[in-house]
Design a binder for this molecule. Structure first.
Ligand SMILES: *Cc1c(COP(=O)(O)O)cnc(C)c1O
Length: 490
């Protein structure tokens, strides 16, 4: 019998039940399944809990999650913006939600039209020539894009190109994707402005020349800094026959102002679940479409959606001459595409530009307040995010992890920490455009309080979170020794 009000395990509520239902033969003879006798168990320890307690238990559990809908969530690089509820409403309509990927094209013209028009919009937004909607996430887009690069060079007979150049500020998925596509990764370092060091890049290009396959860049990069030399970088890499890959996770910072296609990128991925406002976290579902320039069109995954003038119908096209094949089952995470489509058409061009402007304004407003306490080593004008350092509290014995955990006590989500790797004790803060000034002020005030606490009472930081339902976890153990089966405590 439970002796606490708040229990996380329904099994521990066992014994509360006096009003449980007994259901006789719920399926009925006609549908009953013959379970082999040796598999039937009568010693299953199902807890005896009344219905009302079950409802309370699961409702309570659902409220323990922090989410964009419950509070400010400035997790850097993740773009945790508000997701308009109207999109959820439309996407849950059975006429979308119950579509089956094996339905004939004639049956699903509306869905194909959404995919076709979304592709056109994404082309326009990125400045690319063709789109594949297949990839299920940003990292999956990277894999698709690097596979395309590999196929392109094979087709041209340039199989000696084995190098992928990636800055030291890059997201870990970039080198991982490049390696999975069979490339050898060479790191290029950042300069004092937090941008690609041009001398270091020139050295690599001089040394490896036609061994270079691809450079993978994020722009604005993970420091929230725009790579000013992007046109020169494009010239340099194209000059030796290489390709430029754009990690679009940070597109929010330039949305409607600048396009990767115009910067010289050949392949682009977008994270629809970041920039284009689909709920994310917890591993999906996401969507990471890629865009390519004309010369890479013939390598896209199959199928794409095309419009047939003659019949006036949309159809799936499997006829792509050098296609890398399928990157997933079926066609895409369709409902995520649908939400992104609604987001784009409801905002329109000017609305998207306003998203970009406000994302930058919010980041710079918050940065100006935060850097009074926690310096920002790279950049002056930040795009959608900035990276401060918690190093200043070293003398007080306070780590960035302590700062992050203490923020939870203020009812807000911590920033991304310890990434990018080139800032020690990194606090990567991305407020997004959907936050009001009140929240930005409140976050800055919380950080100011924490800074003062570090000098006056650092213990409160070491023990944080102090008022969350669960205290500080051993993150590594929680991942490595995940317990998903209930076992009674001895
Ligand atoms: C989020 C992110 C990725 C990976 O995207 P997923 O959709 O999480 O797979 C890659 N690069 C950067 C810079 C990111 O922020």
């Amino acid at each position: 019998m439970a002796d606490k009000i708040l229990e996380y395990l329904i099994f521990e509520l066992d014994g509360l039940g006096e009003s449980t239902y007994e259901v006789d033969d719920p399926i009925g003879d006609d549908f009953s399944v013959d379970v082999p006798q040796e598999l039937v168990r009568d010693d299953l320890p199902f807890p005896d809990v009344p219905e009302v307690e079950v409802v309370r238990h699961y409702t309570r559990l659902s409220q323990l999650n922090f989410s964009v809908d419950t509070g400010f969530y400035p997790l850097g690089s993740c773009t945790m913006k508000y997701n308009p509820k109207i999109h959820e409403h439309v996407a849950s309509d059975a006429r979308f939600a119950m579509l089956h990927p094996y339905q004939p094209d004639e049956d699903v013209q509306g869905a194909l039209a959404v995919m076709y028009h979304l592709s056109e919009l994404l082309q326009e937004i990125t400045g690319m020539d063709a789109i594949s909607l297949h990839p299920a996430a940003g990292a999956h887009g990277e894999l698709t894009g690097t596979f395309i690069a590999r196929a392109y060079f094979r087709q041209k007979g340039e199989t000696g190109r084995h190098i992928a150049i990636i800055p030291d500020s890059a997201h870990g998925t970039n080198p991982a994707s490049a390696a999975m596509a069979g490339f050898d990764v060479i790191e290029v370092k950042s300069n004092e402005k937090g941008q690609v060091d041009m001398d270091a890049l020139r050295e690599i290009v001089d040394k490896y020349g036609d061994e270079i396959a691809i450079i993978m860049l994020t722009n604005p990069n993970t420091l929230g800094v725009f790579e000013e030399n992007i046109l020169e970088i494009a010239e340099l890499i194209h000059g030796v026959g290489g390709l430029l890959y754009y990690d679009g996770a940070n597109l929010n910072g330039i949305l409607g102002m600048a396009r990767p296609g115009d910067m010289g990128f050949d392949i682009v991925h977008l994270n629809l679940h970041k920039t284009f406002s689909a709920p994310h976290g917890g591993g999906g579902p996401g969507s990471g479409p890629i865009g390519v320039k004309e010369h890479l069109k013939d390598f896209l995954p199959v199928p794409t959606v095309v419009y047939d003038e003659e019949s006036g119908m949309f159809r799936l096209n499997y006829d792509i001459p050098h296609s890398i094949g399928r990157m997933r089952m079926f066609h895409a995470n369709f409902l995520v595409l649908l939400k992104a489509y609604m987001y784009i058409i409801s905002l329109g061009g000017e609305g998207l530009r306003q998203v970009g402007r406000l994302a930058v304004l919010n980041a710079n407003y918050l940065a100006a307040k935060v850097k009074k306490y926690f310096p920002i080593p790279y950049g002056e004008l930040y795009k959608h995010e900035f990276v401060a350092t918690g190093k200043v509290l070293k003398e007080q014995g306070v780590k960035t992890l302590d700062i992050a955990k203490r923020l939870i006590d203020f009812g807000v989500h911590p920033p991304t920490i310890y990434f990018p790797l080139i800032v020690s004790e990194a606090l990567m803060i991305e407020p997004t455009e959907t936050e009001v000034k009140y929240n930005l002020d409140m976050y800055a005030a919380a950080l100011e309080t924490i800074y003062k606490e570090a000098h006056e009472n650092p213990d409160i930081l070491h023990s944080a979170p102090n008022n969350a339902p669960i205290g500080r976890l051993d993150d590594v153990k929680a991942v490595k020794q995940l317990k998903v089966v209930y076992t009674e405590e001895e």
